[in-house]
Design a binder for this molecule. Structure first.
Ligand SMILES: *Cc1c(COP(=O)(O)O)cnc(C)c1O
Length: 391
């Protein structure tokens, strides 16, 4: 076949057309709706961190290709952060890698660690890049569905164990979990760790919301569990922790062999990125605990504001223990199809949300769930809540 008769998009990516975010953001614009679809803050992070980026840029730090693994200042700051928060010690030279956001870290980890045909177990609903990256790496995704149970989306550990086969190469974990807001408990993480050790699996864990946990939930890195440090690739990001999602500074911490493997893939994706921002993020990671506490309290107040509005509007609300997002069930409103609901919502109420079904392989399992982002200014959330109450 010639290049024109054959489909242009290859078979690995054919199922991933354009993301729902493009459609919904266009709808938000054309209807003048409040966009609670995509998860980015509508205010920037700390002024001193922004100033640190300006200083780096003016001082000529990072304006040319930074070192492949990331600038030493940032690698040291990442290691110090893991030590200070979690008691995990990593060598900045051999166990830390800076990436173009968590997105590149996920892609590089999967491209580096998978052989074609390897199975990857991930929780559905999944973060939208997981399925595409597994596909690009030639892997096969095996979803384990998180299901609502007593007000929270819960992992069924028996289902997880049953999903492991002789072809399983890695577990792709995300806690705090986007979009459900579930934070895995110590008991769940212990079971995951035991399974990984027993079946000799690699683990890639996306912990970009590590600083956004609420109420009495606690973020526990999987790498802190017995037998996990040497088999776990931990991923973090400045985007979510410091509200600079456009900077695209992410990182990997892991054992030297795994970091070397991930770096092998990463060097041919971006090679390096975000030079001056790396210096600013190094300063951000060293911010005192008071920054992280205030950030969490601010987001908690936003969560509660939107959760109350959604409850009053008639949704069933799964109050998230972490992340930027609230997942709701639309069935109490007499609706069953999240896609149709989200397509109509801008006209009906002037608000944009995302149907969780797009994050599932088993679309029917996600059909009645709809996700709202609460990382927005208070007045925006108040107006959204007011509009939704009119439903
Ligand atoms: C936002 C997000 C990412 C991507 O992070 P970047 O640093 O912006 O690339 C990865 N995983 C999850 C779960 C996210 O919500």
């Amino acid at each position: 076949m010639t290049s024109t008769t054959r489909p242009l998009l290859n078979r690995r990516l054919a199922e991933f057309g354009t993301t729902i975010f493009a459609e919904m953001s266009a709808l938000a614009l054309s209807t003048g709706s409040i966009n609670l679809g995509q998860g980015f803050p509508d205010t920037d992070g700390p002024e001193e961190v922004r100033e640190a980026a300006v200083r780096a840029l003016r001082d000529g730090r990072g304006n040319q290709y930074p070192p492949g693994p990331g600038v030493p200042e940032l690698r040291t700051a990442i290691a110090a952060h893991q030590q200070r928060r979690y008691g995990l010690s990593y060598d900045p030279d051999t166990e830390v890698l800076v990436t173009a956001g968590a997105t590149e870290a996920i892609a590089a980890a999967l491209l580096a660690l998978l052989e074609p045909g390897d199975e990857v177990i991930a929780f559905e609903p999944y973060y939208d890049s997981y399925a595409a990256c597994i596909a690009m790496a030639g892997g096969t995704r095996v979803p384990v569905t998180l299901r609502p149970h007593e007000g929270r989306f819960r992992l069924d550990l028996d289902e997880l164990r049953a999903a492991v086969t002789d072809r399983t190469r890695l577990l792709l974990i995300n806690t705090p979990h986007n979009p459900t807001g579930t934070v895995l408990t110590r008991a769940e993480l212990t079971a995951i760790a035991e399974l990984a050790v027993e079946r000799d699996l690699l683990v890639v864990t996306d912990e970009v919301y590590e600083h956004l946990v609420f109420d009495d939930a606690e973020h526990l890195p999987l790498a802190t569990f017995p037998g996990m440090r040497e088999r776990t690739v931990t991923i973090g990001s400045a985007g979510k922790s410091f509200s600079f999602t456009g900077w695209k500074v992410g990182w990997v911490t892991s054992a030297p062999g795994l970091v070397t493997a991930v770096r092998s893939a990463k060097q041919f994706l971006t090679y390096v990125s975000s030079g001056p921002f790396q210096y600013a993020v190094a300063e951000a990671l060293a911010l005192p605990d008071s920054y992280f506490t205030a950030f969490r309290e601010d987001m908690l107040a936003k969560r509660d504001l939107l959760a109350t509005g959604l409850t009053e509007a008639g949704f069933e609300v799964f109050r998230p223990a972490g992340t930027y997002f609230i997942t709701t069930d639309i069935r109490p409103l007499g609706e069953t199809d999240g896609f149709a609901f989200c397509r109509a919502l801008p006209e009906r109420a002037g608000v944009v949300a995302i149907p969780n079904a797009v994050f599932y392989d088993h679309r029917e399992a996600g059909a009645p769930f709809v996700r709202f982002a609460f990382c927005k200014r208070t007045e925006v959330l108040e107006e959204a809540a007011k509009r939704l109450r009119a439903l």
